[in-house]
Ligand binder design. Sequence first.
Ligand code: ATP
Length: 368
Amino acid sequence: MAAEMIVDIAKSFPGRFTVQARFSMSIQPPTVLILFGPSGSGKTTILRCLAGLEWPERGRIQFGSDIWLDLQAGIKRSPQGRRTGCMFQDYALFPTRTVAGNVAFGLSELPADVQAGRVAETLALLQIESLKEVKPAQLSGGQQQRVALARAIARHPALLLLDEPLSALDAPLRARVRGELRHVLKQLAVPSIVVTHDWAEALALGDQMVVVSEGRVLQQGTPQEVFNRPKDAEVVRIVGMETALEGRVRESIDGLAAVDVAGILLHALAEEGVGPDVFVCIRAEDIVLDKGGIGATSARNRLHGMVKEVSSMGALVRVSIDCGFPLSAVVTRSAVDDLQLRPGVSITASIKAGAVHLVPRRDTAVTA
Ligand code: ATP
């Protein structure tokens, strides 16, 4: 059986909910696990408990055959003894140290020549050798992100913990660095846990995904499973993206991409550096349903399908449609009556190209 990390911990702060995390992940072969949840849901607390920077009141953490924490048995492995590499949201680079000095931090127990070798090897992996002597204040946001990542991986950690690694970057840069990060994580062959509340990041980086809300784990699965088959309305609300399909970009002309999804061509805005293998993501509220395709619309995509399921989500109604691939729309109750939506009814779904989002599929090289 493949080695696993098994986490079952409880940590509370006075006056707040208790963070109760229970999940497992494969560490052999290395997996990228996404901890996904809204702000304040407990993601950072879970990461800090794994790193040994926070102590749960109750619980157990097993990493392969190593027990990092077992409070009943009185086992509390120190942060150094766990060998995690951490990268936090604000990067926390030392302003007075050079890039090389920052990367060497945490290697002090190693002989000087081994330290120097580790620094050189890590700078080369992240392609920042030329910045070796530069101080953090002179670096761009993307360069700072690489230095912080280099510092986390230089220790050759057993587990890499990245807290919102891209949140400090602006949107265009984030999309590019996302691709690079996935590439580096795969090259390293170290299991990683990445905290995010960005669905595109979860799809692009994750092998597995754990959805957290108010300190509880609501669902675990592959990112695609979680997006396409959310366990309940709460997961739908948290992930905010209801359709994530595998597609392949066929052509890209004048800023418009034609993407093949299960043999059907969809049009999307072509984003620089995306493709050919992509996730095609569509939010449920961006889908307009009508009967028979008569009304004029500027929407690029007109898909004909059949209603499979109609389920209540409080004030709104979720409509699952088979268009040759599964599509999930959200409509009002009055739309359900007007369009007589029920299983077996034929329907047309209109989606603007701008509402079809393309996310590079895992291991797809991203060109700048
Ligand atoms: P964000 O995405 O905003 O970083 P998060 O999902 O990482 O949020 P946490 O930072 O883990 O969430 O916080 C979970 C809860 O625990 C919050 O209610 C937070 O206020 C509380 N909390 C976290 N650290 C402490 C602390 N040291 N003392 C008191 N309360 C804390």
